[in-house]
Design a protein. Structure first.
Ligand SMILES: CC(C)(COP(=O)(O)OP(=O)(O)OC[C@H]1O[C@@H](n2cnc3c(N)ncnc32)[C@H](O)[C@@H]1OP(=O)(O)O)[C@@H](O)C(=O)NCCC(=O)NCCS
Length: 169
């Protein structure tokens, strides 16, 4: 199925979004606007274009970020000059698809679309890796399927921008 992402705006109906994870439902219904207004995140959505409803059926958020140098696996750390105590990264803060879109490969669409946006952004503002914050073990295994690795001593996972680049060569 073909999907298209667009920036969240006031025309989108977020009231019925339900992915099965309360925290992610609550975020898109009630919190995301504050984060967008405060420039903490941008939010892309996939909207159900049937008729005039414009209901959000998938979303993800992106932010610039940084992780402490010593939180990166040692193999990478060795390559980083000491002048970079914080390593630039791009965060997919949240990502979810509505239960109405089960079986349509929307999760994959959302992740690849988010990675493509991270990749494009890294061409103008450098980023060593894409970071995700999996909400639970299901989410961890979803990200692991796409090559994300655990960051040592953290619940977070990362995919190096080098690997992301290879996806879009
Ligand atoms: C995780 C989530 C985005 C996956 O979306 P989805 O639409 O079910 O995934 P897709 O149908 O696009 O699946 C793409 C591939 O990932 C696999 N996959 C889906 N969920 C998976 C999981 N939890 N663990 C491992 N693989 C998973 C599918 O089997 C499929 O694999 P295939 O290429 O071998 O057929 C969705 O379940 C969701 O929104 N969950 C609630 C929110 C959430 O947990 N978000 C994660 C970030 S915190």
């Amino acid at each position: 199925m073909e999907f298209k992402s667009e920036l969240l705006d006031s025309s989108h109906d977020r009231t019925e979004f339900s992915c099965g994870k309360e925290a992610l439902d609550h975020y898109i219904r009630h919190q995301v606007n504050q984060d967008v207004k405060r420039k903490l995140a941008v939010c892309f959505v996939v909207a159900d274009k049937d008729g005039i409803s414009n209901k959000v059926i998938g979303y993800f958020t992106l932010s610039n970020g940084g992780i402490p140098r010593d939180s990166v696996p040692e193999t990478y750390q060795k390559k980083f000059p000491l002048s970079y105590p914080s390593i630039p990264t791009t965060l997919i803060g949240r990502l979810a698809r509505d239960q109405r879109a089960v079986g349509k490969r929307m999760g994959e669409f959302l992740l690849i679309d988010a990675l493509y946006k991270c990749f494009n952004s890294s061409k103008t503002v450098a980023s060593f890796a894409v970071i995700v914050d999996p909400i639970d073990d299901d989410a961890r295994s979803f990200y692991a399927k796409y090559g994300f690795l655990s960051l040592p001593d953290s619940q977070r996972m990362f995919l190096s921008m080098k690997k992301v680049n290879e996806l879009f060569k």
